[in-house]
Ligand binder design. Structure first.
Ligand code: C2E
Ligand code: CA
Ligand code: CA
Ligand code: CA
Length: 278
């Protein structure tokens, strides 16, 4: 009835209001999270399928909230992206990553590390200069740094994205096209981007060993990437079957729980040093 519908509607409104208030307060807290040492960076290895060595890692941010406990990046990054907090958070991740890279290198482990760059930051001139400054202060060379940029981030403003990527490439940073397959980029557009790596999204990889259309997409992406001179990474590898399939189709690198979960920096170093492959 109309009355019952009205009640449901008000409950719905109240729930939305709650969510909004929660998000506003979380956003305010994020501003202090860095200073209060609540953010941590963990690293997930990318396994080189030809040599069976860990050649690079992806930096993934973690928020240990004092009252809400562990928060997944999916719950606060979209919020951070709506404000300037994304710039501070990403700079924190970048600086931490550069510092950890120099420690791993000092310990004799020659890995590279990737940092995720949101669409909004990609074309920011202020952020660009901050990256240059961070690299200048660091002992780590830009050649050890990878920026993961999603396919959709480059599509928002293709010509601005292209200019920014070209600038980072000139700085010596490798660009990796993240979540590949979920956007709408054409082959012609892909050819114009100054990228060195293509990351196939987990949604295509997870069933590729048993789903023929996903298998086709993965196979053809590997061929396409190699034809363009790019390395291919498959993300979200959870099983041996999946890993075997990727080896068989000639994929270069694999990332996922079957290789390793994201790890704190010291654990990552230990894993690299004793790694014998899966
Ligand atoms: P992403 O860039 O696609 O990162 C991969 C996500 O998949 C990570 O989730 C990782 O922990 C998870 N993952 C890795 N292997 C597996 C697997 O085998 N199975 C499954 N089911 N999941 C796997 P996480 O750490 O929760 O991050 C989620 C997203 O948050 C990331 O997706 C990325 O878009 C964003 N993110 C994380 N850290 C940062 C950051 O520092 N900056 C920005 N801008 N975004 C970040
Ligand atoms: Ca990523
Ligand atoms: Ca990804
Ligand atoms: Ca993904």
């Amino acid at each position: 009835t109309a009355l019952a519908n009205d009640k449901v509607w008000h409950m719905h409104e109240a729930a939305e209001q709650d969510l909004l208030e929660q998000q506003v307060s979380l956003m305010g807290e994020l501003a202090n999270a860095i200073e209060n040492h609540q953010l941590e960076v963990q690293y997930q290895p990318k396994l080189d399928l030809k040599t069976n060595r860990i050649t690079s890692v992806e930096a993934l941010v973690r928020w240990h909230h004092p009252t809400r406990g562990y928060l997944s990046p999916d719950s606060f990054i979209p919020l951070a992206e709506k404000s300037d907090h994304i710039a501070d958070m990403t700079l924190f991740v970048l600086q931490r990553t550069l510092r950890d890279l120099s420690q791993w290198h000092a310990a004799g482990t020659e890995v590279k590390a990737a940092v995720n760059i949101s669409a909004r930051l990609l074309t920011s001139q202020v952020f660009f200069e901050a990256v240059r400054a961070a690299l200048a202060e660091s002992e780590t060379s830009a050649s050890h740094l990878i920026f993961e940029v999603t396919e959709s981030a480059t599509m928002a403003d293709p010509s601005a994205a292209l200019r920014a990527l070209e600038g980072y490439r000139q700085m010596g940073i490798t660009i990796s096209l993240d979540d590949y397959g979920t956007g709408q980029s054409t082959l012609t557009y892909l050819k114009t981007l100054p990228i060195g790596e293509l990351k196939i999204d987990r949604s295509f990889v997870e069933n590729a060993h048993e789903d023929s259309s996903d298998a086709l997409l993965v196979r053809s992406t590997v061929h396409l990437a190699h034809a363009l001179g790019l390395q291919v990474v498959a993300e979200g590898i959870e099983t041996k079957e999946c890993l075997d399939f990727l080896r068989e189709v000639g994929c270069d690198l694999a990332q996922g729980y079957h290789v390793s979960r994201p790890l704190p920096a010291p654990d990552l170093l230990a894993l690299c040093q004793r790694y014998t492959g899966v």
